[in-house]
Design a protein around this ligand. Structure first.
Ligand SMILES: [Zn+2]
Ligand SMILES: [Zn+2]
Length: 139
């Protein structure tokens, strides 16, 4: 989960200006367990910050992602989604309602690319699954 204090420290150390808009974006990301799109964050904060631009949402998210404080998911070609949960997990997207669900597996992934290679221990992976969610499959 995104810690807003740490987020502010990181943005400061990377030379970004700390504005009330950026703090609001971090708060909004810190408080949630879904995978909001940039547009969703933008529309939620726009009434309070009329001068907010979607570019500010993106640039703030990018700075946070560089510090591994959030993940940016390119699960869907038309939009990016932000994930404040940086623990290793995969994602499922429903192709009908576009809902994104976290998938967790309790396994240690060890991979050899070729038989003679060393074993790589992988501690994070980006896996996207697509299909119909339980609600859409019964429609
Ligand atoms: Zn669905
Ligand atoms: Zn997730």
């Amino acid at each position: 989960m995104l810690n807003v204090e740490e987020g502010i420290k990181h943005l400061q150390s990377s030379g970004a200006k700390i504005t009330s808009q950026r703090v609001a974006i971090m708060r909004s990301l810190g408080d949630r367990h879904d995978h909001p799109s940039a547009e969703k964050i933008f529309l939620e904060l726009k009434p309070k910050f009329p001068t907010l631009s979607i570019a500010t949402v993106y640039s703030t998210a990018q700075l946070l992602a560089q510090a591994s404080m959030i993940r940016i998911l390119s699960i869907y070609e038309k939009k990016v989604f932000f994930d404040p949960d940086t623990t290793p997990h995969a994602h499922f997207m429903c192709t009908r309602c576009k809902k994104i669900i976290d998938l967790r597996a309790n396994y240690e992934l060890k991979v050899r690319l070729k038989p003679e290679d060393e074993i790589f221990c992988i501690d994070n992976t980006e896996v996207f699954h697509y299909g119909l969610c339980s609600e859409c499959v019964s429609l």
